[in-house]
Design a protein around this ligand. Structure first.
Ligand SMILES: Nc1nc2c(c(=O)[nH]1)N[C@H]1C(S)=C(S)[C@@H](COP(=O)(O)OP(=O)(O)OC[C@H]3O[C@@H](n4cnc5c(=O)[nH]c(N)nc54)[C@H](O)[C@@H]3O)O[C@H]1N2
Ligand SMILES: Nc1nc2c(c(=O)[nH]1)N[C@H]1C(S)=C(S)[C@@H](COP(=O)(O)OP(=O)(O)OC[C@H]3O[C@@H](n4cnc5c(=O)[nH]c(N)nc54)[C@H](O)[C@@H]3O)O[C@H]1N2
Ligand code: SF4
Ligand SMILES: [Mo]
Length: 731
């Protein structure tokens, strides 16, 4: 006899698309998960990851109870303890470090957007520590912050459907954002939208492009500057917009004269005429948009220079905030956004000043955040969340843990992150994690990082928690989804963890909402739908897209000190950076380090999303692993022949930092001088004592994060353009 069957409207959190899912629950047991046809993002579709949700929920290796380390760190021996015991001990130790070394001796690390990160920041602000890190310096934030400095918000929400030309720059939605790729192809089919792809590799997206520019890895800045040169000298820019809404155009014109297409040809390996042709196509196909892509966030010291040149391109071509162009959504006007939940105002000035890395990476830390937010408050009435947009520097944090300088860091709470896999210089990260007095990891699995922890805490996944999709509250829409079932075993939601630990730390009055649903309801009440509960909201409203407004600057001006687009940025100048677009070569390249290139003659791309995996996740899900059992390094046939490497051979990839092996994938998608390695690899089947084989194929072993090579404004390290050599693994 069929039991009590319900269909819940949930959201998949196995990637940022947050596709809508219908979860069929029978007597509290998840029976089936299907794509929600009413959801605007996926319209009923479901990728292989989303389709593996039940395997993920019930997997035998899930961490189901709090675990406490017994024996040596890394020995892999844990015992089950109660939540009460774990939280009590963690809180007691945090209080002790705070009393002895100051709150700044306690830090937290996160990865990409998967959870209610505002709760992390709320906890840390109340604790008094500015040392929150994420992978933000290599993901989204450099572009977001540079754009905000220049025109007062990021134009990260391009309107592809109305666009005549979309530039997909260092971005591969064909593997990393599948629903977005569908939208791109639809725009081309319906509207004849031109697609320009800038990628050294013939990616899934490049394969569908009208124009593909296979540039030398890391030379994006040269390309952007040459486009500026062509567009300005051929007067293809939007003269009215430039005249009325920008400052610094004459200085920009002067500055870009040296960056001719011929100059850029030598840097980018793309013929000058093709560079000019693509620039003309972009500038004369208005409205056009340039999509954000992560590749250019990962160019070490060249990172923010690319973002700066590209921001200026968008502006002078008159595409900012126009229909079909680079729309700047601004914050949602009504609901309570992430920044309004963070309690940043409670972090004292003297604690802000201690934020690790704030003395050198000034845009992505408190000094820049303060300058940007003054302008944002004035124009939008709301600022950016401190989560992601105002963070300590991870490379500086690891070094502080190891050296005790500038002050001791004793404890780290890792939540929704696997630092041994995701941060560069994995051996240094490993040493740092080992040196900690207290390492707490909250995750679904015993990951390589969790294997080193003092406490491993069981996290509830998206089927077991409600999801409020707000893109950190920096966009003008939200989607509310419900919890399909209550957490299994003793798993808790991340919110429940921060709240419970907060209460133990004496923060009780700041955590009045007992459940995720209660706090979401609180955030949504101001939308004015007048519904009693969060569940009512999901059932009755679910999607809230603020009415799209364009040309908002006509009324408000831009959120910059001059109220205009600052082609010459006063905020960058105040922080001590070059206010005009300029060329920066990434730190490791044949040009920047010719002596290194003698021993390491190949350029390594150490990243790029690929299906079916999301970063280091899902390797334990058999149906997904069978699709992609081992890591693969892409090698051109010419190079493979020279080195006697055959398809499927194990190959060493070596840099001065270290070497790891991946299997050869021989393909013309990369040129002979470039190889592309996959990231995120560990082997859950290999056992905790070997840290699940984290040293075997994890490409971050080979990457450097020396702060001197990082981006001066945002602290980004290099994952896209490193020098390496490869050789067949013998024997
Ligand atoms: N070499 C190289 N390194 C890179 C990149 C690259 O291209 N190349 N990309 C960078 C980028 S763009 C990013 S964003 C980062 C990503 O880095 P991370 O986000 O740290 O990714 P993972 O290494 O997969 O670690 C995430 C962990 O969080 C757990 N998890 C997932 N969801 C939840 C949740 O809701 N709650 C809790 N508590 N845990 C959860 C997962 O099981 C997993 O163990 O990596 C960066 N590192
Ligand atoms: N399947 C899957 N999807 C994901 C993720 C995942 O791990 N797996 N991660 C998610 C996260 S956190 C992020 S940030 C996004 C990232 O998603 P995207 O923005 O699409 O970025 P990537 O896929 O990392 O890389 C995009 C392209 O950059 C190219 N590239 C490499 N070096 C350079 C260079 O120097 N210049 C230029 N112009 N291009 C270069 C690569 O060849 C690759 O095709 O994907 C998200 N979606
Ligand atoms: S993992 Fe797949 S189903 Fe889930 S949100 Fe991403 S694209 Fe959608
Ligand atoms: Mo990312």
């Amino acid at each position: 006899m069929a039991g009590n069957i319900e269909v819940k409207k949930a959201a998949c959190y196995f990637c940022h698309m947050n596709c809508g899912m219908l979860v069929h629950v029978e007597d509290g047991v998840v029976k089936k998960v299907t794509g929600d046809p009413e959801h605007p993002f996926n319209q009923g579709a479901q990728c292989p990851r989303g389709a593996s949700a039940i395997d993920h929920l019930n997997h035998i290796n899930r961490v189901n109870y709090p675990l406490k380390r017994v024996g040596e760190r890394g020995s892999g021996n844990f015992k089950r303890v109660s939540w009460e015991e774990a939280l009590e001990d963690i809180a007691a130790r945090l209080k002790k470090y705070k009393a002895e070394y100051g709150a700044e001796s306690i830090a937290t690390a996160g990865g990409t957007n998967r959870t209610d990160d505002w709760a992390r920041r709320r906890f840390f602000n109340l604790l008094g520590s500015p040392n929150v890190v994420h992978t933000s310096p290599v993901c989204w934030i450099p572009n977001f912050l540079i754009e905000t400095a220049i025109y007062g918000w990021s134009a990260f929400d391009p309107e592809i459907m109305g666009s005549r030309c979309v530039v997909v720059w260092g971005h591969n939605p064909g593997a990393s954002y599948l629903p977005e790729m569908r939208g791109l192809l639809e725009a081309r089919e319906k509207n004849g939208t031109k697609i320009i792809v800038i990628d050294p590799r013939y990616s899934e997206t490049a394969a569908r492009a009208d124009i593909w520019l296979p540039i030398r890895p890391g030379s994006d800045c040269a390309l952007a500057l040459a486009w500026l040169n062509v567009i300005i000298n051929e007067e293809l820019y939007d003269a009215d917009f430039v005249e009325n809404w920008t400052v610094g155009f004459e200085e920009l014109r002067e500055r870009v004269q040296e960056y001719t297409p011929e100059w850029a040809e030598a840097k980018t390996w793309v013929p000058a005429e093709r560079i000019a042709m693509a620039a003309r196509t972009y500038a004369t196909s208005r409205p056009a948009c340039i999509q954000w892509g992560v590749a250019t966030d990962q160019l070490g010291r060249a990172t923010s220079a690319v973002a700066q040149a590209r921001a200026v391109l968008r502006a002078i071509c008159g595409n900012l905030d126009v229909p079909g162009g680079d729309v700047m959504p601004g914050p949602h006007p009504t609901f309570i956004t992430d920044v309004e939940m963070e309690l940043n105002e409670l972090l004292p000035e003297e604690q802000r000043a201690k934020q690790l890395g704030a003395d050198r990476f000034k845009l992505s830390t408190w000094p820049g955040y303060k300058l940007l937010n003054e302008q944002l408050q004035r124009v939008w009435g709301k600022g950016l969340p401190a989560e992601w947009m105002c963070e300590a520097s991870p490379p500086v944090l690891w070094r502080a843990i190891l050296t005790g300088k500038p002050y001791p860091v004793k404890a780290l709470i890792v939540l929704a992150d696997n630092p041994l896999s995701s941060y560069a210089n994995s051996r240094l990260v490993y040493e740092a994690l080992n040196k900690l007095d207290l390492l707490v990891v909250m995750d679904y699995w015993l990951t390589p990082t969790a294997a080193l922890a003092d406490y491993v805490l069981p996290a509830a996944s998206w089927l077991e928690r409600p999801v409020l999709t707000t893109t950190y509250g920096v966009s003008d829409w939200l989607i509310a989804s419900e919890r399909a079932i209550q957490p299994l075993y003793e798993r808790k939601t991340d919110y429940d963890f921060w709240r419970a630990l907060g209460i133990k730390m004496g923060q009780g009055e700041y955590w009045p909402w007992q459940t995720n649903e209660e706090v979401f309801q609180y955030r949504l009440e101001s939308l004015g739908y007048g519904l009693e509960t969060y569940e009512d909201f999901v059932r009755g409203v679910r999607f809230d897209f603020a009415p799209r407004e364009y040309y908002k600057y006509l009324e408000k001006g831009f959120a910059t000190p001059s109220g205009k687009v600052e082609l010459k940025s006063s905020i960058l100048e105040t922080l001590g950076y070059d206010p005009l677009p300029h060329y920066v070569e990434p730190p490791f390249s044949p040009e920047a380090t010719p002596e290194l290139a003698r021993d390491y003659p190949l350029i390594l791309i150490a990243g790029g999303g690929f299906m079916p995996f999301f970063h280091s996740e899902h390797r334990q899900i058999t149906r997904l692993r069978l699709l992609h059992p081992e890591p693969r390094v892409a090698i051109n046939p010419e190079l493979a022949q020279k080195l006697a490497i055959k398809e499927g051979d194990w190959v060493w990839i070596e840099t001065p930092k270290g070497k790891v092996k991946q299997r050869a994938k021989i393909t013309t998608a990369v040129p002979p001088g470039v190889v592309q390695a996959e990231r995120g690899w560990w082997y859950p089947e290999k056992g905790v004592k070997d840290l699940f084989g984290i040293w075997e194929s994890n490409i971050n072993v080979c990457l450097d994060d020396d702060p001197d090579t990082c981006d001066p404004a945002c602290g980004s390290w290099c994952t896209r353009t490193i020098l390496c050599r490869i050789a067949k693994v013998e024997g």
